[in-house]
Design a protein around this ligand. Structure first.
Ligand code: ATP
Ligand code: MG
Length: 800
C-alpha cells in the first residue's frame, strides 16, 4: 500500500505526499469556516463520509483544515460540472464538519474522511485565502421532545427497518443501530444520507431546519423507496421461485437415478451408454449432427458417474437421439381420398374444403416447392382446429398443436441454451418429438394472440423463422444447438382476427376465412356430428333417446348465440347428460326430448328476440357489427333532452365512430330542417359488441336520429350497416358475410347494405341469400324510405 495515512494531529506538510511547505496564511475570523465545494455529495450532520478532493483550492483548504484543526464547511455545487467555483455557484446552506482522516492516494489523489457536525448558513464569503472562506451562522439542532415529533420518529424507525430488510445487501447490524437510535434529528439525517434521491432533494432536506417538517419529508421519500423495494423484491422472489423449481426438478431427477441404481433397478451405466449410442446410430442424423453427437457421447463417457453435468449431457443426447431425423415414408397424398376424409369430418364448408384440396394438390405436384402456409381465420367454434386435424388425417400425417396465445418469450418457441439450468427445447421441437415425425401437421393456434416482443426477444420473429421456407430447413433451437430441418412439416395457423396478426407473418400465409354457420347449417352439423359425438361421450345409444329437429332448432335459437357450434355442442351435451341420468335412475329406455322439455332441462331461454321490443320506440335502429367473434346485431339508441344543441355520445365508441355520429347528426338536421338549438341529442351504442370497423354504424346512427326527430319508429325487422359521408352518400364497409349471418340469426328480414357492397353477396351462404331481402343504398334517403317510410318535405313538416 503506498498510501499515507495521516491522523489529524500530524502535520500533512511534513509528509512526502503533501505539497511543499507554504507560507503561513492569515488566521480566519472567529465565525468563519474554510469552505470545500462538493460536486455531488451532500454531507449531513452526524454522518461520516469519505470524499475525494482534486481541485488545487480544495486540496489547499483540506491541508489548512488539518493543520489548524479547524472545522470545514461543505457546500454543494449547483452544477457538478463547474470547476472554478464562485460563491454564486454554491448553495448557501451546508454542513460543518471535521476532517478525521486525510489520505493521499497512489496517483496523487486526495481522500478525506469527514464527519458532519452541524448545519450552517453562509452570511458572506471572504477574500484573501487560496481557498473559499465564509462567515457563517451555525444552526444547532434543538432536541425538542413532543408528541408530534415522537410519532414521526417511531414511524420513521419502523419504515427504515423495513427498507433495510428489503435491501438485499444491507447488513443485519444496521437494523439494530436504527432501533437503538434515540435522536429523531440524527435518524432523519442518517436516513436522508442513505436515501437514493436526487442531490437537489437531499439539499432540500438539509435546508429544512424545522425538525417536524424534515421528518415529514424524509418519511415521504422513504415511503416511495420502500414501495419500489417491495415491488422489486416481489419480482425477485418470483424469478427466484421459477429458478428454484427448475433446479429442484433437476436435483430430484438426479436423486431418483441414484436411488434406482442403489436398488439395482436402473440399468447399469455401461448398458445405458450403450443404448444411448445405439439410439444415436439409429436416429438417422445428418452427417454433422451425428459427428457432434458422437463427440458429446465420448465426453459423457469420460465424465464421472452421477455428476450434474453428466446428467445434463445425457438428457441432451437423449433428445438428439429421440428426434425424428429420418423422413418416415409418407404415402403420397391422394386427393380424392383426402376429399372423402374432409367430407366425413365436416359438414358444408365447400369453398374452404376446395381451397384445402387445392393446397394439397399443389404440395403433391411440387413437394419441394415453397407453398404458403394455411391460416384459418374465424370466430370461435367454427371448426378451425378440427379442420387441421382432419387435414392430418386426410394426408396420413400426425397432428400436433401449439397454442401461441400469450407466448411472450422467444425461448418458448426456440428453447433455452443448455447453459441455463433446467433448459429444454422450445415448443416446436417438443411438438415434433411428440409427433415422432418430421412430416407432421403442426398447427399454431391463435397467431393473433401472440405476445408482443419485449424483454426476452420477439416471439413473432422466432415464429417467422420457423414458418419461412427460406430459413426453416436449418432451424436452430437454442437447446439443440444443431440445425433441424422443418421444411417437410405442414404448418397450419389459426386466428380469430386478421388485424392483430403481425404483418410479416400474415404475408407468408394463405388466409382462409370461416365466417360462421347459418341456422340450417348448424342444424345439419348437430344432426350429423354433434349429437352423435355427445351420445358417445355420455355413454348413450342412439336408440335410447330422440332429439328431434325442432328441438335442436330451439336449442340453436333460444340457447345459443354464436357464429360457431361450440355452445350448441355443449347444450346438446347437457340435454343428453340429463337423459343419461334419467335412464340410470331407471326411467324407460326411449326418451324423446320435445322442444317444450328444454325449459326444464336447460332453464329459461337465454336469448329472446329483442327486436320487436327494442325497436318499438322511435329513436332506435338495429345496426350490424363485425366483431372478433363474428357478426352481431347492435341497437343504436338516440334520445333528446332540453339543452344547448350538444351531441352526447356514450357506450362503446372509438374516435372514428364519434366522427361518424357527428356526421349523422348534421345530416339528420339538414334533412328534417330541425335546428335543435335548445335540445341536446344523446346517442348510445351499447357496450359488448365492439365493432371492428368503426364507422360502419353510420347509417344506423343516422336512422336512429331521423326516427327520433320525426317520432316514427324504425321497422323492427330491418338491420343496416354502412358508412355515411357528410353529403349523404352511403359508403362501403367490411364483414358483409359475418354481418349477414348475424342478421339471419337474430331474425331480421331485411338487410340494408351499401350499394358498393353488392358484389360481396356472392360470398354469403345461399340460405342467407334466400331468406333475407337485401336493399342496396346509394344515399341515406334510400335507407329512410325502406326502414321508416317517406318523410314529408321539411317545409311541410314545419308548417304542420
Ligand atoms: N362444419 C362442421 N362440421 C362438423 N363439426 C364441426 C363443424 N364446424 C365445427 N365443428 C365442430 O365444432 C367444434 C368446435 O370446433 P373447433 O374446436 O375446431 O373450433 P375452432 O374454430 O378451432 O375454435 P377456437 O377459435 O375457439 O379454437 C369441434 O368439435 C368441431 O368438430
Ligand atoms: Mg381452435
Amino acid at each position: 500500500m503506498n498510501q499515507k495515512v495521516l491522523s489529524k494531529d500530524q502535520d500533512p506538510a511534513v509528509t512526502a505526499a503533501a505539497p511543499a511547505k507554504q507560507p503561513a496564511l492569515k488566521p480566519l475570523p472567529e465565525d468563519a469556516l474554510i469552505v470545500i465545494p462538493m460536486r455531488s455529495t451532500v454531507l449531513f450532520p452526524g454522518v461520516i463520509s469519505p470524499i475525494t478532493v482534486g481541485r488545487v483550492a480544495s486540496v489547499a483548504a483540506a491541508h489548512e483544515a488539518v493543520r489548524t484543526e479547524k472545522k470545514v464547511g461543505f457546500l454543494l455545487q449547483r452544477d457538478p460540472q463547474t470547476n472554478d467555483v464562485q460563491p454564486s455557484d454554491l448553495y448557501w446552506v451546508g454542513t460543518a464538519g471535521q476532517v478525521v482522516r486525510y489520505i493521499t492516494g497512489a496517483e496523487g489523489t486526495h481522500h478525506l474522511v469527514v464527519q458532519g457536525q452541524s448545519r450552517f448558513r453562509v452570511l458572506e464569503f471572504l477574500h484573501g485565502w487560496p481557498f473559499l472562506v465564509a462567515r457563517v451562522q451555525l444552526i444547532e439542532q434543538r432536541e425538542e421532545a413532543n408528541p408530534d415529533i415522537e410519532a414521526r420518529f417511531l414511524q420513521l424507525k419502523s419504515q427504515a427497518v423495513e427498507a433495510i430488510q428489503l435491501l438485499p445487501s444491507a447488513p443485519e447490524e444496521l437494523t439494530v443501530v436504527v432501533q437503538g437510535m434515540t435522536s429523531p434529528a440524527l435518524l432523519a439525517d442518517m436516513v436522508a444520507n442513505l436515501l437514493d434521491i436526487k442531490n437537489e432533494d437531499k439539499q432540500d432536506l438539509l435546508e429544512t431546519f424545522d425538525l417536524k417538517r424534515r421528518l415529514d419529508k424524509v418519511l415521504e421519500h422513504l415511503g416511495e423507496r420502500v414501495g419500489v423495494l417491495r415491488i422489486s423484491k416481489e419480482i425477485g422472489d418470483k424469478t427466484k421461485k421459477q429458478f428454484d423449481e427448475r433446479q429442484r426438478e433437476h436435483v430430484l431427477r438426479e436423486q431418483m437415478r441414484q436411488i434406482q441404481k442403489e436398488l439395482g433397478e436402473g440399468e447399469d451405466s455401461a448398458a445405458e451408454l450403450e443404448e444411448l449410442k445405439k439410439g444415436i446410430e439409429d436416429a438417422g442424423m445428418p452427417e454433422d449432427v451425428h459427428k457432434h453427437a458422437v463427440k458429446e457421447l465420448k465426453r459423457l463417457q469420460r465424465m464421472g458417474e452421477g455428476s450434474a453435468e453428466g446428467s445434463m449431457l445425457r438428457t441432451y443426447l437423449e433428445w438428439l437421439a429421440e428426434l425424428p431425423w429420418k423422413v418416415s415414408e409418407t404415402k403420397e397424398i391422394n386427393i380424392s381420398e383426402a376429399r372423402k376424409v374432409l367430407d366425413e369430418d365436416h359438414f358444408g364448408l365447400d369453398k374452404i374444403k376446395r381451397r384445402i384440396l387445392e393446397h394439397l394438390a399443389v404440395r403433391k405436384l411440387n413437394p419441394e416447392g415453397k407453398s404458403p402456409i394455411l391460416c384459418f381465420v374465424g370466430p370461435p367454434g367454427v371448426g378451425k382446429t378440427s379442420l387441421g386435424q382432419s387435414i392430418a388425417r386426410a394426408t396420413g400425417r400426425k397432428f400436433q398443436r401449439i397454442a401461441l396465445g400469450g407466448v411472450h418469450d422467444e425461448a418458448e418457441i426456440r428453447g433455452h441454451r443448455r447453459t441455463y439450468i433446467g433448459a429444454l427445447p422450445g415448443n416446436v421441437i417438443q411438438a415434433i418429438r411428440r409427433a415422432e415425425s418430421r412430416t407432421c401437421v403442426l398447427m399454431f393456434d391463435e397467431v393473433d394472440k401472440l405476445g408482443q416482443g419485449g424483454f426476452h426477444g420477439d416471439p413473432s420473429s422466432a415464429l417467422l423463422e420457423v414458418l419461412d421456407p427460406e430459413q426453416n430447413s436449418h432451424f436452430r433451437d437454442n437447446y439443440l444447438a444443431v440445425d433441424f430441418d422443418l421444411s417437410k412439416i405442414m404448418f397450419i395457423t389459426t386466428a380469430n382476427m386478421l388485424d392483430t396478426i403481425p404483418g410479416p407473418l400474415r404475408d407468408r400465409m394463405e388466409i382462409i376465412q370461416l365466417p360462421g354457420y347459418t341456422e340450417e347449417e348448424k342444424l345439419e352439423i348437430a344432426k350429423r356430428y354433434l349429437v352423435k359425438r355427445q351420445l358417445e361421450a355420455n355413454g348413450l345409444a342412439a336408440s335410447q333417446v330422440e332429439l328431434g329437429e325442432e328441438t335442436i332448432r330451439k336449442i340453436i335459437s333460444d340457447y345459443t348465440r354464436e357464429a360457431g357450434v361450440r355452445n350448441l355442442e355443449r347444450e346438446i351435451g347437457s340435454v343428453l347428460r340429463n337423459v343419461a341420468m334419467r335412464i340410470a335412475e331407471g326411467e324407460k329406455q326411449n326418451i324423446v326430448i320435445e322442444p317444450k322439455d328444454l325449459h326444464a332441462i336447460l332453464g329459461a331461454r337465454r336469448f329472446e328476440s329483442e327486436l320487436a321490443e327494442r325497436t318499438s320506440l322511435p329513436g332506435v335502429a338495429t345496426g350490424l357489427a363485425w366483431t372478433s367473434v363474428g357478426g352481431d346485431i347492435l341497437f343504436i339508441e338516440a334520445s333528446r333532452t332540453p339543452g344547448t344543441g350538444k351531441l352526447i355520445l356514450t357506450g362503446q365508441l372509438g374516435e372514428v365512430m364519434k366522427e361518424s355520429a357527428q356526421a349523422a347528426l348534421t345530416l339528420a338536421k339538414v334533412l328534417t330542417g330541425e335546428t335543435l338549438e335548445k335540445t341536446d341529442i344523446h346517442v348510445h351504442v351499447p357496450a359488448g359488441a365492439t365493432p371492428k370497423d368503426g364507422p360502419s354504424a353510420g347509417v344506423a346512427m343516422f336512422l336512429s336520429l331521423i326516427s327520433l326527430l320525426t317520432s316514427r319508429p324504425v321497422r323492427a325487422d330491418v338491420a343496416m350497416t354502412g358508412e355515411i359521408s357528410l353529403r349523404g352518400l352511403v359508403l362501403p364497409i367490411g364483414g358483409v358475410k359475418e354481418k349477414t349471418l348475424a342478421a339471419l340469426r337474430a331474425g331480421i328480414k331485411t338487410v340494408m347494405l351499401p350499394r358498393r357492397n353488392e358484389k360481396d353477396l356472392e360470398d354469403v351462404p345461399a340460405e342467407a341469400r334466400q331468406k333475407l331481402e337485401f336493399v342496396f343504398l346509394d344515399k341515406v334517403e334510400d335507407a329512410i324510405r325502406t326502414a321508416i317510410g317517406e318523410l314529408p318535405a321539411p317545409g311541410a313538416r314545419k308548417a304542420a
